[in-house]
Design a protein around this ligand. Structure first.
Ligand code: URP
Ligand code: ZN
Ligand code: ZN
Length: 461
């Protein structure tokens, strides 16, 4: 009889469709057997009684080692990947960002070099910042090569595209089996307020939020959706933050258009009030879109339950408070945009979603693993617990209680935006392709153990 590498016994297996008691036997990085009371020899046997066995989390929105806002994000692929592992995430899809004059292939190659020491599996999106005719002509090749997803910015000087370019990119992606996502905020509204606030001495972090009103996001979301409708293309809205945008997505989906969207934990549990924290602490939450007034939170939770939103990703984009966020002490417009979150996503979403009866355990799995895998071409290799799938399994203790604090986490950044937030439910072990890479709050994986996952067969859900 063969000896399995790992046997996880006595847990409750959760997929996006099922919850049932069962054991999992793993060999050569794959799930080999699932069954009740499996009695097979294994090199290591893990007792998971009282725990959930979840598909490894998939975070399709991270920024590791990214030059942005005049500095570089604090987490690289090693530190970000290790933190992700400790938080129950076994795969990230990170945004490579095109440098001026770089081809898409050069952009991807730059990112592959950065990702060489990633301890968890990874895919690469391309954030296109210089969408020329040549770049459009290159899109089919990179899609076919396993990099089928692109982000276009509708705002940010030097990064943004006009509507005609967005429309053409949507069309090319559609014709070649790719997917365009957008950062949807109205550039002109933000530009107006930025200049106005600077002129009138409104320089504190809270003015970052006030310069980017929800309606400016809703307008751009609506425009992007209309452009996608015109060319009949699928579209994915990243980091959707407010009710106004949510309504646009809901309407398009009700009409039957292939529009998908993610939100992030920060928009679910943090709010505009955080910008009012004293001593420049509001800078910790300077991200785009910004945190919104609290009344946006419940509609977003509803959207996660009723399938208007398909994914919860993090937009992990960490900058240290000291030395990086500081760049904007004299003017909020110079604060590098972004906040950490790759390690806290699973616990926060479980605790405030499932734990508060806002949605089911299966929906939690759909939002954190299965849906991102389907949309971004990782399914069924990843995103489920099934025989033949990668053995990416999180042993999750629904009773574990923590108060999130910087010292609990492994992210390479000097603060967490979730400081002081209590959670019930936490990952206690993370298995990635059959290796235990995190256990009881300790990272046990290896630099470079992660593999590039080339992606295909993107689904509209
Ligand atoms: O503030 C953010 N979100 N920073 C990261 C870049 C982006 O727009 O996703
Ligand atoms: Zn963005
Ligand atoms: Zn982002």
């Amino acid at each position: 009889m063969k000896t399995y590498d790992l046997l996880i016994k006595g847990g409750t297996i959760v997929t996006s469709g099922d919850v049932y008691d069962g054991d999992i036997a793993i060999i050569d990085g794959k799930i080999a057997l699932i069954g009740a009371s499996l009695d097979v020899p294994a090199t290591r046997v893990i007792d998971a009684s009282g725990k959930y066995l979840l598909p490894g989390g998939i975070d399709v929105h991270t920024h590791f080692d990214m030059p942005f806002g005049g500095t570089v994000t604090a987490d690289n692929f090693y530190t970000g990947g290790a933190a992700a592992a400790c938080g129950g995430t076994t795969t990230v899809v990170d945004f490579s960002i095109q440098g001026k004059g770089q081809t898409l292939t050069q952009t991807i190659d730059t990112w592959l070099a950065k990702a060489a020491d990633c301890p968890i599996d990874y895919g690469i999106h391309v954030a296109v910042t210089d969408m020329t005719e040549e770049i459009m002509a290159e899109m089919p090749k990179v899609i076919a090569n396993g990099f089928p997803s692109f982000k276009l910015f509708m705002t940010y000087d030097g990064l943004r595209v006009n509507d005609d370019v967005l429309m053409k990119a949507l069309l090319i992606a559609k014709e070649n089996g790719g997917l365009v996502s957008v950062h949807a905020e109205n550039y002109y509204v933000i530009d107006y307020y930025l200049k106005e606030f600077q002129k009138t001495g409104k320089i504190e972090p809270k003015y970052h939020a006030l310069s980017r009103p929800p309606l400016a996001e809703g307008e751009a979301t609506s425009r992007a959706i209309r452009l996608a409708k015109i060319v009949g293309a699928p579209l994915y809205i990243v980091h959707l933050s407010c009710e106004d945008s949510l309504k646009e997505v809901a309407r398009a989906r009700e009409e039957g258009f292939p529009i998908m969207a993610e939100t992030c934990p920060q928009y679910l549990v943090l709010s505009y009030d955080n910008y009012e924290e004293p001593d420049f602490n509001g800078a910790k939450y300077v991200m785009s879109p910004p945190l919104r007034p609290k009344e946006n939170q419940e509609p977003l939770w509803q959207g996660l339950k009723n399938q208007t939103l398909q994914v919860v990703a993090t937009d992990h984009c960490s900058f240290n408070f000291k030395g990086q966020k500081d760049l904007g002490r004299e003017f909020f417009g110079k604060i590098p945009n972004g906040a950490p979150g790759v390690e806290t996503r699973m616990a926060v979403l479980y605790s405030y979603g499932v734990g508060k009866d806002r949605f089911s355990l299966q929906r939690f799995v759909a939002l954190t693993a299965t849906n991102p895998a389907k949309i971004y071409g990782l399914y069924p290799q990843k995103g489920t617990i099934a025989v033949g799938s990668d053995a990416d399994v999180v042993v999750f203790d629904p009773q574990a209680k923590h108060v999130i604090t910087k010292s609990l986490l492994h992210e390479n950044v000097d603060y967490t935006a979730y400081e002081g937030i209590p959670v019930t439910g936490y990952p206690v072990m993370t298995v990635a392709r059959g290796q235990v890479i995190a256990e009881n709050g300790k990272f046990t994986g290896k630099a470079g153990a992660g593999k590039l996952v080339k992606r295909k067969n993107l689904q509209v859900i």
